[in-house]
Design a protein around this ligand. Structure first.
Ligand code: CFM
Length: 542
């Protein structure tokens, strides 16, 4: 039976979400809560500071730099300069997987490197301790690269991680050492850390190895971090199709691959938010265009493969892409046909990071489910409204804080992979070159879009909409589940995944089916919600 989708009046919902806030806060939050219209695309306030006191889902700049962008590369020794907690509590929690080619290959992902700053280092400075740590890591492992990440106290006491890195790099001669000023407080969220990481990787890594890469169709996969093995599935498909993956930024990746990445002929971007800077910089310096793709969802995967084949414009590649899609499709179809009657007509809410709240809507659509409300934790207006709004975005003091690299065409290595005319012809065919249309164009009219959702708002939304599933992270998970709503963890996937490509789509269908059709959620009632039990609780509401 097809369920009725209950969509409350979104204007009323918005009122209800902000009603309890003090007037100033309500005014500010109202700008981040918008009623979607895919035709007009209203403006969303995004990438602004969270109101102090509001429980946000956001993380910090250090998390975005070390954890997100650099962390998944297996052969960099990532040393966290700071108190031990910053490193320890970020240790292996993101489930970014990696597969060294041989047992002898470097893999530092299982390690947790920290300078373990103590009070003495905060008072008298920590540079000496940092240099000792770098030396120790070098002596123990002789890695190709050592990266240093600054945590909050480093910026406060003024340790110069860049000078220390330069000094050690010169001293070693055969190890690339570089630092990041990614103190947690920089910027308004982890998004600042992405930008800082992109700048550092571009400055210190990309372009160091000019060995021509082999293969006819060579690309880099940007913004795929191999959570739960996602990159493995994409690699499997690329290999089957005959596409050469020069470098992945940075899931299952290596220093060498990234240093050689400028020899590829196309950059495909999965997570626009975390790595669009790299796409633009590589285009300017080396002449490599970028294209937005999405490998989350079986249909999106097929579409993205066709886009890549169209870009290379090779008939044989196009035929191979069609053959692979035809080969993979029956399995996907068999599973979805079995599951669809049970998931069709159900509703989902997605409040995740800076790209998954968009991408996973494709998978839910394949399950016949409607996304009634969605939002990012830390994305920017272009991830909601599309890149056309970029010129209209006001650069505020927080964004100005982050360095914008001045990039120019490389006098020797700049080589436009396509002429202007060729690019125009591709755009004419509907290929979004160097573009991204954002989340809202794809969402239904009157769905709710909320940026930097607060904890209070998430509870309200659940009360009002009673969605069949809520997608967010580990911090939200148990609170939501106690409300009787299953929560799909879309950051680390808990123990699930991969969810990309064809096999990933099948995994996702099965997992969601198990969650939304599990009768246990209807049986959950907190003791104080049961009548006649004598329990009561009081809350401070104002
Ligand atoms: Fe990109 Fe990511 Fe995401 Fe992200 Fe993240 Fe992540 Fe995420 Mo967690 S890079 S923006 S900073 S897709 S760690 S792999 S799941 S918030 S939606």
């Amino acid at each position: 039976m097809e369920a009725n989708i209950f969509i409350p009046d979104p204007a009323q919902v918005r009122e209800e979400l902000i009603q309890k806030y003090p007037a100033k806060v309500a005014k500010k939050r109202a700008k981040s809560i918008v009623i979607n219209d895919p035709e007009i695309i209203p403006e969303v306030q995004a990438n602004v500071r969270t109101v102090p006191g509001i429980i946000t889902q956001r993380g910090c700049s250090y998390a975005g730099c070390k954890g997100v962008v650099l962390g998944p590369t297996r052969d960099i020794v990532n040393i966290v300069h700071g108190p031990i907690g910053c490193s320890f509590y970020a240790w292996l929690t993101r489930r970014n997987q990696t597969k060294p080619e041989t047992l002898m290959d470097e893999n530092y992902i299982p390690y947790c490197f920290s300078t373990d700053m103590q009070e003495e280092n905060i008072v008298f400075g920590g540079e000496k301790k940092l240099k000792i740590a770098i030396q120790e890591a070098y002596d123990l492992f002789h890695p190709k690269s050592i990266a240093i990440f600054s945590t909050c106290p480093v910026g406060l006491i003024g340790d110069d991680v860049h000078a220390a890195s330069r000094e050690m790099k010169e001293k070693f001669g055969d190890c690339n050492v570089f630092g990041f000023s990614c103190e947690g407080y920089r910027g308004v969220s982890q998004s600042a850390g992405h930008h800082i990481a992109n700048n550092g990787v571009f400055k210190h890594m990309v372009g160091r190895d000019n060995t021509p890469s082999e293969g006819k169709f060579k690309l880099n996969l940007l913004g795929e971090y191999n959570i739960g093995g996602d990159a493995f599935e994409i690699e499997r498909i690329f290999e089957k199709v005959g596409i050469t993956l020069v470098a992945s930024f940075s899931g299952n990746s290596t220093v060498r691959a990234i240093e050689n990445s400028h020899t590829a002929d196309l950059n495909v971007i999965l997570c626009h938010r975390s790595i669009n800077y790299m796409g633009d910089m590589m285009e300017t310096k080396y002449g490599i265009p970028w294209m937005k793709v999405n490998f989350v969802g079986a249909e999106s995967t097929a579409k993205s493969l066709r886009k890549i084949a169209e870009y290379f414009g090779d008939e044989e590649l196009k035929a191979r892409v069609e053959a692979v899609i035809a080969e993979e499709a029956p399995n996907v179809k068999a599973v979805i046909e079995e599951i669809l009657p049970r998931t069709k007509g159900k509703t989902a809410m997605l409040f995740v990071g800076g790209s998954r709240a968009h991408h996973y809507q494709d998978l839910f659509a394949e399950l016949g489910m409607t996304t009634v409300a969605a939002g990012y934790e830390f994305a920017h207006r272009d991830d909601y409204e599309g890149r056309e709004v970029l010129p209209k975005i006001k650069v505020d003091a927080d964004s100005k804080n982050i360095e914008e690299l001045k990039v120019v065409a490389d006098p020797e290595l700049y080589n436009p992979r396509k002429t202007e005319a060729e690019l125009d012809a591709l755009k004419e065919k509907g290929l979004e070159i160097n573009g991204y249309e954002g989340m809202m164009k794809q969402m239904t009219k009157k769905s709710l879009v909320v940026d930097d959702l607060s904890h209070y708002e998430s509870e309200k939304l659940i009360e009002i909409y009673k969605p069949d599933i809520f997608c967010a992270g580990i911090k939200e998970k148990y609170v939501v589940q106690k409300m009787g709503i299953p929560l799909k963890q879309l950051h680390s996937y808990d123990y699930g995944g991969p969810y990309t490509g064809f096999e990933g789509a099948v995994n996702f269908y099965k997992d969601i089916d198990r969650m939304v059709n599990n009768p246990v959620w209807k049986l959950i009632k907190a003791p104080w919600e049961k009548a006649g039990n004598g329990l009561s609780a009081s809350y401070v509401t104002q």
